[in-house]
Design a protein around this ligand. Structure first.
Ligand code: C5P
Length: 222
């Protein structure tokens, strides 16, 4: 039996979709199931890390004494929770599908249907990963995700730079069975040096194992 590679390490991971409320019962969200992020949280814990999982609403449950789950709904809540925990962690993984825009105003009562059309003004949310990129200490390892529809590698590399990631995982949309809601995923992993590893279509659990193995191999020696 192999020794646990992340014993004594702490890891922070965001997962799932955020909800941006229009009124008390309506919101803007996306298709993220949280499966990839939860699988990574499980694998980090399996390797001995103490994990903080900051999760948007998902249909998943997690029962693991090494994973402390913090539930959030909105991008603003996820931002606050993540930033509050950064300093304490050795590994930070952004797997959440965070809304880029949120309603400028949230109605306190359910919005009534009227004769006319309705326009909702949206304002930008804060970029959690970018903020963490600014807060990063040399001993911390920073991992992000990207989902691109064109110039995938170029855009992913730009994101890696902009958000100060050590590694970015590019979700491929080319394959049936990859990405949102599926149990399988096909990804390419790009590191700071520009090295690209293309993984075949695998279960999200296996993808999580590959990702965590790579994190372990690239972790700064302390
Ligand atoms: O810029 P884009 O949203 O494509 O970048 C994706 C990466 O940034 C993911 O790792 C995602 O979790 C993270 N992100 C974030 N906060 C945002 C938007 C994206 O942490 N507001």
């Amino acid at each position: 039996k192999q020794a646990k590679k992340l014993h004594g390490k702490k890891a922070l991971i965001t997962a799932g979709a955020t909800r941006e409320y229009i009124d008390p019962v309506r919101f803007i969200s996306n298709n993220s199931s949280g499966k990839m992020g939860y699988a990574i949280a499980e694998e980090l814990a399996a390797q001995g890390a103490a994990v903080t999982l900051i999760s948007g609403k998902t249909y998943l449950s997690i029962q693991n004494s090494h994973i402390h789950k913090i539930n959030v709904e909105t991008a603003a809540e996820m931002f606050e929770a993540t930033v509050a925990h950064v300093a304490d962690n050795d590994i930070i993984v952004h797997c959440a599908a965070v809304a880029d825009y949120t309603p400028k105003e949230k109605a306190s009562q359910k919005i009534k249907k009227k004769e006319n059309d309705l326009t909702i003004e949206l304002v930008k949310t804060k970029d959690i990963a970018k903020e963490v990129g600014h807060l990063l200490q040399p001993h911390q390892f920073h991992v992000g995700f990207a989902l691109e529809t064109n110039e995938e590698i170029k855009n992913a590399k730009e994101k890696l730079q902009k958000k100060n990631f050590d590694m970015i995982i590019l979700n491929s949309l080319q394959d049936k069975g990859a990405g949102f809601e599926h149990d399988t995923n096909k990804v390419s992993i790009i590191d700071k040096t520009g090295q690209i590893i293309d993984l075949p279509l695998k279960s999200k659990k296996e993808v999580a194992q590959d990702i965590v193995r790579l994190i372990v191999s690239k972790l700064p020696k302390t």
